[in-house]
Design a binder for this molecule. Sequence first.
Ligand code: CU
Length: 494
Amino acid sequence: MSPAPISRRRALGLAGLGVASIAAGTAGWLATAQNPGGPFHAGASGEALREPQILDARAGRLAVALTAAAGARLAGRDTSALGYNGTSPGPTLRVRPGDDLAVRVTNRLDQPTNLHTHDLQISPLGNSDNPFLRIDPGASFDYLFRIPPDHPAGTHWYHPHHHGTVADQVFGGLAGALLVDRGPELPVTADRVLVVTDTTLDADGRIAAAGPMDRMMGRQGELVLVNGQHQPTIAASTGSMERWRIINGCTSRVLALRLPGQPLAQVALDGAFLPAPASTDRLVLAPGNRTDLLIRPDTAGRFQLTTDGYDRGSTAGMTGMGRRGQTATSPASTLATLTVDGPPRQPPPLPASLPAPTPNTAPITTRRRITFAMGMGTGGGMGPGGMGFTIDGRTFDPRRDDQTVQFGRTEEWTITNLSPLAHPFHLHVWPFTVVADSIGTPPTGTHQGVVLVPAQGWVRLRIPFTANPGRSVYHCHILDHEDAGMMSTINVRA
Ligand SMILES: [Cu+2]
């Protein structure tokens, strides 16, 4: 196969967001008026959900080679999307607390890449989860991720994190699940990984290039995929209890999950158990967030896992953007169908409690204010479409320390968003608890790694810096914004 270099991909000129994707029946026919290369025809919809290959640690170690290259099967067709070892998502890496995870990343792309183990609580230094590393085209790099023995069990993911190429590579298909597993913690009949990604392909299976408006608003794909499949089917029996680990691996799309006819019992968020299952009928996941759900069907039927439309804000009223501006809605979409067979049967009860991390109650030693902003022609350099994306008035400079933190302390950060778009805040390596926000979201009772900061709103976080000293980053997880400079450095000094 001859990989299609990204730089030579045909620009498809997608006209901003809200490009409608029309799925007709189960054939998965997708159309867009703006796609001069013709619509992409999904090769298969409704086929049984497949899981990425699971690579398991043995005797305390998992050594894997991941080659990032063009060429992956998506929506039942061979495409020139990007994959790890030829698949998108890449293999699921499963380790236990205390294990060593050794990953040799080989870059067969035509631009630099690297690897981020999203929300693993490990060192950000050296050849560990170091976002400042760069793997050039043709080169390989050996990572060693040492999982601490007291690391919580949970659902994480991995993806590239080289500043400037992250959105292209994740939208291209580079992502995979990374599970820390202590063994059977929940009495489930099935334990599934659902990696949700989105992308846009032309008739020839090439990834659409993003235009300035896509980069400004955060690109969203016309195709929403689960484990690289278009609207797959998940078969279950009555009386079962399944664990679904759902990863929002989309570049910018917010998922507002629903499964009408089945309550969603959330048991974990971002790789950390809640204190007890929380039942809901709609669950919002920003890009980078994960949730673990228990699904307990008691009668036969077909149930659609969908995402509602989600309003991420708009640029209306911003200087230079016109009165109507551009809206940034994540469109509604069907992700998968659950088919349940069997006579009516009661599933096992939900667990009464869950092994949530012990809440941090240390006194707050430092309070910081962090401000996200975007503006036309304002400070911090010019991003896509002339829009600047800043944190505290500046764009990313890897040489500068933006926050210096004393190791061992617990801090309170208030993230204020002056812009009319919601931005997901992500801090590497050090999970936080959301104490409060501007829209009154109830506390989750556990820690997390990504939180959506409401448009013109704020969130307040408690962050223990009690493990893993070193230098890393925090940023907007709309990956186009991160690439435009909405990222800062943090140095946690022992
Ligand atoms: Cu952003």
